[in-house]
Design a binder for this molecule. Structure first.
Ligand code: DGL
Length: 270
């Protein structure tokens, strides 16, 4: 039995999932949240589906021990390879960014000429491409793998010229493709949204899953009587599998304030 005061759990390979958590906090200010960043195993985007699934299951078991009432997979790569398995395995609701990102993209596009920017693993899986083509067979999809972007962000180089140059390099093939929308299919990319927007041009809509995820979470909690209505201060707990100092520093860089309640998860097998 779950209580409305039980927390929602979220995880990512690092800080990217905080772009989802930020929106959850905005829409669900009374919810208690537990965030896990699997910093010991990042980047996920260059790993095999089996490895991503293995790390994901470890993360989820850690979050389940915290008695979460809902799981949000705040990582496209993990959603791509583990969402179905987790939906079958868990008795709590599971929200994956992949479905939300896909829905937001289909709502945004008029011309149905779209780009997907994601990690190697997400793009190579073809999962998003298949979802789009099933919904809209006349769509023209340009998948672009951007393997260096999440590592550059995790290195604190979001504002560095090197990041601008790499973004230019990855997005060059999209020039003249007449897309009208691009899905940021990695939760780290909203942290360099302005760089991507500048490279693609301001007429292209950049789409993110965060808002839709928060909406889905809220409607499920509401309809199941598990929305936390207590007006007390919400508790946010953060865990990482390695180097909490680096995580603390990065979080301050992107979100402005120092996070409290950050601990390192005891390492088991790596
Ligand atoms: N933020 C993650 C995603 O949405 C993955 C970044 C990485 O670890 O490669 O795919």
């Amino acid at each position: 039995m779950f209580l409305s005061a039980d927390p929602i759990g979220l995880f990512d390979s690092g800080i990217g999932g905080l772009t989802i958590m930020r929106e959850i906090i905005r829409h669900l200010p009374h919810e208690n949240l537990v965030y896990f960043g699997d910093t010991a195993h990042q980047p996920y985007g260059n790993k095999s589906p089996q490895t991503v699934l293995r790390h994901t299951l470890e993360n989820v078991s850690f979050l389940l021990d915290r008695k979460i009432k809902m799981l949000i997979i705040a990582c496209f790569t993990a959603s791509t390879h583990a969402l179905e398995a987790l939906e079958q395995k868990l008795s709590i609701p599971v929200i994956g960014v992949i479905q939300s990102g896909f829905e937001e993209l289909m709502t945004a596009t008029r011309s149905k000429r779209v780009a997907i920017l994601g990690t190697n693993s997400t793009i190579k899986s073809g999962v998003l491409q298949t979802l789009i083509m099933k919904r809209e067979s006349s769509a023209v999809v340009f998948p672009i793998a951007c393997p260096l972007l999440a590592p550059l962000i995790e290195e604190g180089l979001a504002d560095h010229l090197a990041t601008r140059m790499i973004v230019e390099h990855y997005l060059e093939p999209l020039k003249e493709k007449r897309i009208d929308s691009a899905l940021l299919a990695c939760t780290h990319y909203p942290l360099i949204r302005s760089v991507i927007q500048e490279s693609l041009g301001h007429e292209i809509q950049l789409v993110e899953p965060a808002n839709c995820c928060a909406f889905k979470a809220k409607s499920w909690l509401l309809s199941h009587g598990l929305l936390n209505l207590q007006q007390t201060n919400s508790v946010y707990e953060f865990y990482v599998s390695d180097d909490p100092d680096k995580f603390r520093h990065l979080t301050k860089q992107f979100f402005g304030s120092e996070i409290k309640n950050l601990s390192e998860r005891n390492q088991t097998a790596s």
